[in-house]
Design a protein around this ligand. Structure first.
Ligand code: NAD
Ligand code: 4TP
Length: 343
């Protein structure tokens, strides 16, 4: 019997590699000692995928999440979401299946928020086709925050065994970054990241490093003054509050091995500044985790990979890492809750 409640896994874009990865992660359950998980999907989509890939995998519809553990050894448990497999073509994302994709996320979040599932692990979505269908959030991160209620500030963190990064602005045009990167945002992100690393990753006093926005962190204002006007003042205030935070550091020299040894997480002004080093260091072992939510959410660090969908060659490593990280976080939260109740 598992020590944590089952993990909810969303379908993601059905024309992408998500369904294949879910099946491959289930096949790897014993090898990786994975806790029981279920997928939120129409059963037909999972069955179509196993058949197309020639895999001998049974699926089992569960009526209750609590049945996940009972069936997990013999079949991939499916929490059925309404929908059919008609509009699905591997390698092609379609706005016709957007309602299935979104329902899967909403149900996964509801089951996790209610405590029925211990965490939600999301498969990648094809953002462009969801936008065509009227989805008006840049990605999961912002959608999950909205589902969590007003005042939720989600923090995207990508992590592998060599590096953790937080992009301080996410899916916005580069030209918008200087406008949105305020001292207030930086302070909020540092506070949330520190609290999450303490609570969910067990780091007692997390060390944070903040990258500059401009080349050479602005070179004393000669290449941009956001470091002087925004980033440094925020860091000084945070240090006064007791946070272990350094910067602004030149982004080009803060990701080599010796530099990485000096911090636990790097916060970067914009998306690619953070995600290029983490995905380059270990693409297949990376996990995307959203901090600051009232529930645990992890995801693989890659996208829908339409170019390889249906070919049977997608690697489930990142999804497996996401399941493991979600389970570890759930165990740490449970232990922390038990300790605080006992205190
Ligand atoms: N969490 C998410 O929902 C999420 C995350 C990242 C990207 N996306 C979305 O995915 C779509 C495609 O994005 P992209 O093309 O930039 O990145 P991608 O990660 O889908 O693909 C980049 C390259 O890596 C390969 N790749 C990705 N995952 C792989 C795996 N598991 N095994 C083997 N090879 C793999 C792909 O074949 C491709 O060559 C976009 O719509 C993007 O917004 C979603
Ligand atoms: N920026 C992420 C990445 O490139 O990996 C990705 O798009 C995930 O976004 P959501 O988790 O918000 O969908």
């Amino acid at each position: 019997m598992s020590d944590i409640k089952p993990i909810a896994m969303t379908l993601g874009e059905p024309g992408g590699i998500g369904p294949e990865l879910a099946i491959k992660a289930w096949l790897a359950r014993a090898e990786h000692n994975l806790p029981p998980f279920f997928i939120l999907s129409p059963k037909i989509i999972m069955d179509q995928t196993t058949e197309a890939l020639g895999l001998q995998v049974k699926t089992k519809v569960i009526d209750e999440v609590s049945q996940t553990g009972k069936f997990f050894e013999d079949a991939l448990p499916v929490f059925e979401i309404p929908g059919n497999g008609e509009d699905i073509k591997p390698g092609t994302a379609s706005s016709k299946t957007a309602s299935i994709v979104i329902d899967s996320i909403i149900h996964g979040v509801n089951l996790t928020r209610s405590g029925t599932a211990s965490a939600v692990v999301t498969n990648p979505i094809q953002k462009s086709v969801l936008y065509q269908a009227g989805f008006n959030h840049p990605g999961h991160t912002e959608f999950l925050a909205e589902l969590s209620g007003p005042g939720t500030i989600p923090v995207m963190m990508l992590a592998n065994s060599q590096l953790r990064v937080v992009p301080m602005t996410i899916h916005i045009a580069l030209s918008e970054v200087p406008k949105q990167l305020t001292a207030e945002i930086i302070k909020q992100l540092v506070r949330i990241t520190t609290a999450s690393l303490q609570r969910d990753l067990g780091l007692k006093k997390p060390r944070l490093a903040i990258a500059g926005l401009n080349p050479h962190a602005g070179e004393d204002g000669s290449m941009g003054d956001e470091e002087i006007k925004v980033i440094r003042p925020a860091i000084m205030e945070l240090r006064d509050e007791g946070f272990d935070v350094v910067g602004p550091l030149p982004a080009d020299t803060m990701f080599h091995a010796e530099a990485r040894a000096n911090y636990d997480v790097a916060l970067c002004p914009y998306h690619d500044q953070a995600l290029i080093p983490v995905k380059t260091l270990d693409f297949h072992g990376g996990v995307n985790v959203t901090l600051g939510l009232p529930f645990i959410r992890t995801s693989p660090d890659h996208g829908t990979a339409l170019d390889i969908a249906g070919k049977g060659i997608a690697r489930p490593d990142s999804l497996i890492a996401a399941i493991k990280m979600a389970a570890d976080m759930a165990r740490k939260r449970a232990a922390g809750n038990a300790a605080s109740q006992g205190a």
